[in-house]
Design a protein around this ligand. Sequence first.
Ligand code: C5P
Length: 287
Amino acid sequence: MDKIKLKANAKINLTLDVLGKRPDGYHELEMIMHGITLSDTVTISKISSPRIELKTNLGFLPTDGRNLAHKAASYMIENFEIDGGVDIGIVKKIPVAAGLAGGSADCAAVIKGMNEIFELKLSLRDMMDIGLNFGSDVPYCIMGKTALAKGRGEILESIETKLKLHIVLVKPHFSVSTAEVYRGLNLSEVKSRPQTAEALKSVMSGDVLGVCSNLCNVLETYTLKKHPSLLEVKKELKNNGAINALMSGSGPTVFGIFESKETACAAADALREINPKRTVIYCESEI
Ligand code: C5P
């Protein structure tokens, strides 16, 4: 096989708890990651010259060693003594720097895709370990679907579920830096913490209302204070029928969960009309 085309799915966090700061500078986390149908498309082709050619449909994205997908490709070439190089094409639909793990998903797709086309025979565990070199969310993106993540985000337990959520994502026109959010988070200011065990039960039994009543993200403490407009977005989602709404990851994307595709799409239309500058996307759980 000389070429492979993969979907790189985005995620939302149904819960995100920060348990404390670690000696290595990272934070100890406990979170429920949930894959969604919104995805980028990553195409990888073998080329004979020892180069990495990366192209994306977004002109502002770096296509050199600053891009996680490029970094992963050079790691694979160096560590697995691959002759030649790769041509990588990424069609991005996942908003960038949005709390949806778009860059991590593309990076994960490169590791999985190169494992296939170069027949490296790496296990899922091997690929997840490699992925951690490029970011805390990459091991999850290699695993995909629904998972309980601990540690930096790399200690993962896959969660079997038939949970099907109807989701509207709202990505405001600004972005936030994950490092800044973790740096600025003051744990003594956190008012509510997720009930992760309760939330997990609801996820496993496919109980949408239970999931909605347990949505909680500790990083909202920092990002919502810095960007109070996100509180308005949460209100708008709820005023337009969302059962509940939450920020994903370190933000700034806010998602609402709806009873049906119809109510979600109607809300998405209404939110686009209120402010056409932001990105509003309907998607579902990745099953
Ligand atoms: O791992 P990743 O490079 O995606 O993380 C970006 C930044 O987010 C890190 O440099 C760190 O500041 C912060 N972070 C953290 N604890 C985690 C994950 C990320 O403090 N578990």
